[in-house]
Design a protein around this ligand. Structure first.
Ligand code: ATP
Length: 457
């Protein structure tokens, strides 16, 4: 059987070439050079020379290739794409280790790690993104930008708490634009990577190269922009990159864990530019969306998860989708480990460390302090200190406000815990934030996000 696929590859290719959904140019660019090199059980390893296109080929053409193979040899095979150097490495590894383990492992790694292309995760597409009330606007805006880059909204600024799908949406935009036009120059980076590359370019005197790379593209996506706050040279460079791209009508997409207004120590000229286009937020998902995300995950990964297990996870893990997915992985791993079926009891057992403490977590000023400090990237000790700069004093007043609204403790007690302060200081902080909330919708939103994080509701 294995021979027949390899021997009949030209027939498979002929079918692909004639397929009406595949244009001539697509066939030539992506499929013509694919070569099956070996067959393991039900999997065909296909060699592709094109590192850049591999992820794209896998996403876009796997189905057509599988169908064409079936048509010719009468059997359904899974396919895995490998680059020449990976094949070489696999062969070497195989020689060095026992026959049994090496092939499967390395093949598997290659496909799960098929994200080389532009650092994009092939799983993060619009198809796998579940739309709920919490992310409707961000999703619609992302799709609009993907369909009409530099025309719909520029820049698009997506913000939301940890693990809520910002990166997923950004990659979806990139995949979409590339699937419409594979020649489009799309660059996705984290702001940390941008900073590191800038530092290296300065050190190695390669500033021009750096600029070429970032200013000569069609779409720039920068993840977690809050990390450039306070880094003057990076902000300066990003400012010029932004201007060049914007003036050339190129699309810019930025994500952050908070709105531009709240990125303390972000230069004003950048802040105002981030507000030129559309700012879209992602909130923590409601119960229905959490259920839908878990069901989608189960469907995509072919997991057989009983409803009550999904319900249990969706009810108990609320504020972070990454944790939601992590919980499912944990349950599956646990069930394999103890050789027991996936039941709600098993799920409770597997997640006892993750869920019980959260549930019983008492809301205290210390806990509030911790959450607020994390949100503003500050050290909790600084918040309770006597330091007065606004970027510390304001979060401190937020802690006072939240301690007053979310705990039953007396004002003197709260004052005591928050750096031995007088109760009038706590009242002042509480009143200041109460007043500001009525005028400042971004602050109101932050307070809501923080409250959700603290209460878990
Ligand atoms: N609406 C959604 N539908 C399906 N999966 C989602 C959705 N939102 C998030 N996820 C999944 O949750 C995980 C975390 O999402 P992602 O990495 O995009 O979060 P993030 O907001 O970028 O987090 P961070 O702030 O840590 O950068 C990913 O595996 C992603 O696929």
């Amino acid at each position: 059987m294995s021979h027949s696929v390899i021997e009949n590859w030209d027939k498979v290719q002929a079918l692909l070439r004639d397929e009406s959904d595949i244009s001539k140019i697509s066939y030539k660019t992506f499929l013509e050079n694919l070569q099956p090199v070996k067959v393991h059980d039900d999997t065909i390893i296909i060699k592709t020379d094109d590192e850049i296109g591999r992820d794209y080929i896998e996403r876009k053409y796997s189905r057509s290739i599988i169908i064409a193979i079936r048509e010719i040899v009468g059997q359904i095979y899974e396919i895995k794409f490998m680059l020449p150097n990976e094949l070489e490495k696999e062969n070497k590894d195989k020689k060095g280790s026992s026959k049994k383990s090496s092939t499967n492992n390395s093949t598997h790694n290659t496909t799960t790690n098929n994200s080389q292309y532009n650092n994009l995760n092939s799983r993060y597409t619009f198809d796998t993104f579940v739309v709920g009330n919490n992310n409707k606007l961000a999703h619609a805006a992302s799709l609009a930008v993907a369909e009409s880059p530099a025309e719909a909204y520029n820049p698009l600024f997506i913000y939301g708490g940890v693990g809520l799908g910002k990166t997923h949406l950004m990659h979806s935009i990139a995949h979409f634009i590339l699937s419409e036009n594979s020649r489009s120059k799309v660059l996705y980076v984290s702001s940390e990577k941008f900073t590191n590359e800038l530092i290296n370019s300065i050190r190695e005197d390669k500033n021009e190269e750096f600029r070429q790379k970032y200013r000569n593209i069609d779409v720039l996506l920068v993840d977690d922009i809050q990390f450039i706050a306070g880094k003057e040279r990076t902000q300066e460079e990003f400012f010029h990159t932004f201007n060049t791209l914007y003036e050339a009508k190129k699309q810019i997409i930025i994500s952050s864990d908070r709105p531009p207004k709240e990125i303390e120590t972000l230069e004003e000229r950048l802040r105002s530019r981030f507000e030129w286009g559309l700012i879209a937020d992602i909130q923590p998902p409601d119960y229905e969306t959490r259920m839908a995300i878990l069901q989608k995950r189960a469907e995509l990964e072919n997991l057989d998860l009983p409803d009550d297990v999904i319900q249990y996870v969706a009810t108990n893990i609320k504020s972070n989708i990454r944790e939601l997915e992590g919980a499912i992985n944990k349950i599956i791993a646990y069930s394999t480990l103890v050789h027991k079926d996936l039941t709600k009891e098993l799920a409770e057992d597997a997640l006892k460390d993750l869920i019980t403490p959260e549930k019983n977590k008492e809301i205290t000023p210390e806990f509030i302090l911790e959450i607020v400090a994390e949100h503003y990237n500050l050290n909790p000790m600084d918040i309770v200190s006597k330091k007065r700069p606004r970027d510390i004093a304001y979060p401190r007043q937020i802690v006072m406000y939240l301690s007053r609204t979310l705990t039953d403790l007396s004002l003197p007690k709260i004052g005591q815990i928050l750096g031995k302060r007088d109760h009038t200081t706590i009242i002042h902080g509480y009143e200041k934030i109460s007043k500001d909330i009525t005028k400042d919708s971004a602050l109101k939103n932050t307070i809501e996000i923080l409250t959700k994080k603290i209460t878990g509701k």
